[in-house]
Design a protein. Structure first.
Lengths: 223, 223
């Protein structure tokens, strides 16, 4: 763990492959993880799956989304885009004063390879707008192949981190490092459109090349 | 040259490092290049510079922007963003029915690391809107370090190609290949915001890492 204190992380919509992938990596790194779901049973089942995958003693439990958001210091949103707005309004009271990491990509079927942003400019800006200025929204992990994240394989994709608050971006960069990935500060929340939209481009590239895990890597820097 | 026929390419605003870099690479590949500038003298001087750099017999000449646009089959726009709209309105009659490659990045000082798009959604969409539907606008080369392009060094940055017309994107992918770079079809013109905005993120990364040529590379595909 690279952050100064052990942290509790809630992962809402954590029963999907994105949520379980992040839960797996952070549990391995020593964080306490609360997986949230609409039904407690599903959350518990996902938590048990993650514990089984890690194969050593870790702190992972499953509860209903609101309870997860209430109990954690850091709240990660990994819900499908169609539930994004609804979930934000639902958890708004629970996340005031907290850090919210938004992983959401605005994919709008049927044209999933075409960039289609909400009126706010991006999913992250939508989150910031709904949650209000007392919440520090940071966007990250949108371009990652979650199968590789969960399996523990190397993920050959950098994580671009955007958000209004520089200190919050730095904290999330530590969390990225703890998943085993390489993160970069990609600037203010207005830049989220680039990272979210890149996922649509990568879906198109996946189709063209017959692969399922294309990603991006920043070149010309020393790591 | 990978395209089926020898093509004449006009590079408007071609006296800057972007324009000269592209002129150098395409002249080397055997294309006929017309460098355009607001003043004929500057255009001629840039053409002579490119010929000198190539060091073998190539077809490069310099003329005023309108004449360049009129004479060429493919028109490349490498003007600063502050001249983008004005230049598009100026050349509109000359480029009807042609392919226009827009290299423009909407960088708005002083916040050059913050994504700031025009009302149309991106510079490429602005170009398409101004030039009209008889012009095939394709956006490309926005993330490249032009110093490396001109010096003939390896450019470790992929080129994402966007535009409404798939055939036009394919043609531009051939032109990218002829510069020695690796290009990818990044989908419709609405996706241009991602590629243009990425330049603001890369400028921020350049500052953080103390480098001047960070770029992007698509991972997880076979080349």
């Amino acid at each position: 763990m690279t952050t100064s204190n052990p942290k509790t992380i809630a992962i809402l919509g954590g029963t999907g492959k994105e949520g379980k992938g992040l839960a797996y990596r952070w549990a391995l790194a020593g964080y306490t993880i609360i997986i949230g779901s609409r039904t407690t049973d599903k959350a518990i089942s996902a938590a048990e799956e993650v514990i089984g995958l890690v194969g050593k003693k870790v702190h992972v439990k499953g509860v209903e989304n609101t309870i997860a958001a209430r109990e954690a210091e850091i709240v990660v949103l990994t819900v499908p885009y169609s539930f994004h707005r609804e979930m934000l309004e639902f958890i708004r009271p629970e996340v005031q004063g907290k850090l919210v990491i938004d992983v959401t990509v605005p994919i709008v079927p049927p044209k999933v390879t075409k960039v289609q942003m909400p009126p706010e400019g991006s999913a992250a800006q939508q989150a910031q707008s709904i949650l209000g200025e007392n919440v520090k929204v940071v966007a990250a992990f949108q371009n990652i192949s979650y199968e590789n994240l969960l399996s523990g394989e190397t993920v050959d994709c950098d994580v671009l981190v955007t958000g209004t608050d520089k200190e919050a971006r730095t904290l999330v960069l530590d969390l990225v490092k703890d998943t085993g990935l390489f993160g970069l500060d990609a600037g203010p929340i207005e830049n989220s459109v680039v990272v979210e939209g890149m996922t649509s481009i990568l879906i198109g590239i996946n189709k063209q090349f017959g692969v399922h895990a294309s990603g991006i890597r920043i070149t010309g820097i020393s790591r």
